[in-house]
Write a protein that binds this ligand. Structure first.
Ligand code: NAP
Length: 316
């Protein structure tokens, strides 16, 4: 059943607004398995996964254990995965989805996203490079990729399909031909990257938006300014409300009507990030936080700057 902090998607399936991010490149599979177990036990019922995270088997092992132990049943948990850029060719879509399902130990996904609008050369490494070191692109049109995703819905392999890192013009093009509309666009969004226009556009098309890097991806070296967690306004609100800066940042996005998928492999933080439903930010506090927007993007996928479908040249 949907509530204030969940979204009913096009299929009628409900996506909890607070999810758990599983992209953890500096951690071994064992850490991810433990983190997912802690997260589900702490109350998370939405997991954000992707083939490129190379850890879907660990997530799957955690899910299997949690189901065997009767902590959850399959239908209690909303699982997202993403189609990687080397698999945009329509004949590769179903097998990529099947591979994620096999690794996750599931018979269906709740949501499958096209990870990026750009395709990379099919058939080899996740990041295929030529002799000059440059990434090899594929010019498969994401509209063709989308049609193959629609077939996967028909087959019952996934309930909803969506996008990630798509700009409004790309979504508009897709909507012109889509038989099954995208339910979600997952984009970078946090205190310093408000994405107001894109979010407004998506909402006008009944596309839910999930904010990735919702804590501002602390430790990311490409932030030239004070990290979101360190912003004085955030720290002050946290101390006034007896909450932590991370809880303020997540609650801010939830009150903007977004889904959020914070990642952590640290037990105390995983639990902390779920404790965001017992307080509220006033309109004035929301405005103070809104004013800290810097339109600063962290994930620029620079290896694809010359790709014809690179999404970030458009205003939104
Ligand atoms: P994030 O969730 O904003 O930040 C994660 C970092 O914050 C980790 O280093 C974590 O450290 C730390 N952290 C977590 N909770 C904290 C707390 N309460 N206090 C202080 N530090 C805390 O950024 P992200 O990992 O970039 O993004 C989250 C998820 O979004 C990913 O896992 C992935 O699922 C998704 N994502 C999607 C895309 C896409 O292209 N669609 C791109 C990027 C990310 P520890 O782990 O050490 O605790």
């Amino acid at each position: 059943m949907a509530n204030k902090f969940s979204f009913t998607l096009n299929s009628g399936n409900v996506m909890p607004a607070l999810g758990f991010g599983t992209y953890a490149p500096q951690h071994v599979e064992e850490d991810v398995l433990k983190a997912v177990r802690i997260a589900v036990k702490a109350g998370y019922r939405h997991l954000d996964c992707a083939a490129i995270y190379r850890n879907e088997r660990a997530v799957g092992q955690a899910l299997k254990q949690l189901i065997v132990e009767s902590t959850i049943t399959r239908k209690d948990i909303f699982v997202t995965s993403k189609l990687w850029n080397t698999c945009h060719r329509p004949d590769l879509v179903r097998s990529s989805l099947k591979k994620s399902l096999e690794d996750l130990g599931l018979s269906y996904l709740d949501l499958y996203l096209v990870h990026w609008p750009m395709g990379y050369q099919e058939g080899g490494e996740f990041i295929p490079r030529g002799k000059d070191g440059n990434v090899l692109y594929s010019d498969v049109d994401f509209v063709e990729t989308w049609k193959a995703l629609e077939d996967c819905v028909d087959e019952g392999l996934v309930k909803d399909i969506g996008l990630s890192n798509f700009n409004s013009k790309q979504i508009e093009r897709l909507l012109e031909v889509a038989r099954i509309k995208p339910s979600n666009n997952q984009v970078e969004c946090h205190l310093h990257l408000a994405q107001n226009k894109l979010i407004e556009y998506c909402k006008s098309k009944n596309i839910t938006v999930t904010a990735y890097s919702p804590l501002g991806s602390p430790g990311n070296k490409s932030a030239p300014h004070t990290p979101a967690l360190e912003e004085p306004v955030v720290k002050q609100l946290a101390s006034q409300k007896n909450k932590t800066p991370a809880q303020i940042l997540l609650r801010f996005l939830l009150q903007r009507g977004l889904a959020v998928i914070p990642k952590s492999v640290t037990q105390v933080r995983i639990t902390e990030n779920f404790q965001v439903f017992d307080f509220e930010l006033s309109d004035d506090e929301m405005t103070q936080l809104t004013n800290l927007n810097k339109d600063h993007r962290l994930s620029t996928e620079d290896i694809a700057l010359k790709h014809k479908y690179y999404p970030f040249y458009e205003e939104f």
